[in-house]
Design a protein around this ligand. Structure first.
Ligand SMILES: Cc1cc2nc3c(=O)[nH]c(=O)nc-3n(C[C@H](O)[C@H](O)[C@H](O)COP(=O)(O)O)c2cc1C
Length: 325
């Protein structure tokens, strides 16, 4: 009997496959489908700090009463938050797998009260997608890092459900960032969020949106940093995200040290059926490799467990290219 259960940020999941935060997970009915299809957990679509701010400023533009500003801002926020809390409550009412709420934010203070409401609505955990791309010439790395630390610290002071940080991959020392987030209370880390990608249309000479979906080619960075963080911060929960498209990718992430994986683009492309297909193949692979449980092979190829950890580093890249004609 194959045991696919995994521990992630203090939660027990029946298997490591999480449906990543996106439009896929914005309705309770669809979330029930993912549970039926076999998902181990679901991260709800994020409520965006920017989205609330944008909507309130749009409404404020059409208001004749400047003094109504605070009222409108508060009204929009309350309305959005109430809708979000309803999705949590309705999803929890029909699903028994863990439901992880998600906030996409870049400031701590505005979200403290909301985090409390999320907990009260019944979410099993909270994922904080800190969406911040620093381009200010006057900022230094320490101030960016301090912003992330401030957010996790304040949210952890407020709620007692597990809090997981979801970060992008554009940091100069990812293990050090993860380490300081752990010290300040993070229960797990998602490696990585995938930022909106700009592209340029050379016919219209305009900036356009790049491909919103990832591809297999994106998995390399996810594997590298999963393996390095898993090796350097043993026992810390990692969810590998970006570029996980099939059952082989799932096994690779687990070997690199992930507790869970998140799938988003693949579910958009293939539908919920992909979940059961992936689970069946993972079980077949485990049977052939004579593993009964994930803990028997999780992290087997992480940075601490391989003979040549430099394989995960740049020196191998140099070697590879210097040998090519
Ligand atoms: C259409 C779309 C909407 C998304 N919306 C969110 C969101 O609301 N919050 C969030 O944290 N990530 C969001 N993401 C990012 C995904 O959760 C995920 O991190 C990213 O797509 C990488 O995973 P993948 O390679 O499996 O697609 C979105 C991705 C897509 C494609």
């Amino acid at each position: 009997m194959i045991d696919l259960t995994t521990q992630y940020a203090g939660l027990t999941l029946r298997n490591p496959i999480i449906i990543g935060s996106s439009g896929l997970t914005s309705s309770p009915e669809r979330n029930k489908e993912y549970e039926k299809a076999g998902a181990g957990a679901i991260v709800l679509k994020s409520l965006f700090e920017e989205q609330i701010e944008m909507q309130s400023s749009d409404l404020m533009k059409i208001s004749d009463y400047p003094e109504a500003t605070d009222y409108i801002r508060e009204y929009v926020k309350t309305n959005q938050i109430n809708n979000y809390l309803e999705v949590i409550k309705k999803t929890k009412a029909t699903c028994s797998i863990p439901i992880i709420a998600s906030i996409n934010c870049y400031k701590a203070d505005a979200w403290i009260n909301f985090a409390r409401q999320i907990e009260q609505a019944g979410a099993d955990a909270l994922e904080l997608n800190v969406f911040y791309m620093d381009t200010d010439l006057a900022h230094d790395y320490d101030s960016t890092r301090a912003m992330y630390v401030n957010i996790i610290r304040k949210v952890k002071e407020t709620i007692s459900i597990p809090v997981i940080m979801k970060i992008g991959k554009f940091f100069s020392n990812i293990p050090a960032l993860v380490h300081i987030l752990k010290i300040n209370g993070a229960d797990g880390i998602v490696l990585f969020n995938r930022f909106y990608r700009p592209d340029i249309d050379i016919n219209t000479v305009q900036l356009v949106s790049g491909n919103v979906f990832s591809s297999h080619a994106d998995l390399g960075d996810t594997l590298r940093w999963t393996a390095i963080v898993s090796g350097k911060i043993p026992g810390f929960s990692i969810s590998s995200s970006t570029g996980v498209h099939d059952w082989e990718d799932v096994i690779k992430c687990l070997l690199a040290g992930a507790s869970t994986v998140q799938m988003c683009s693949a579910v958009y492309t293939h539908g919920s059926e992909i979940i059961s297909q992936v689970l069946t193949c993972v079980e077949e692979w485990m049977t052939q490799a004579k593993y009964n449980s994930i803990s028997q092979f999780r992290g087997k190829l992480n940075y601490a467990n391989i003979n040549n950890p430099g394989m995960y580093e740049r020196s191998q890249f140099m070697k590879y290219f210097s040998n090519r004609d």
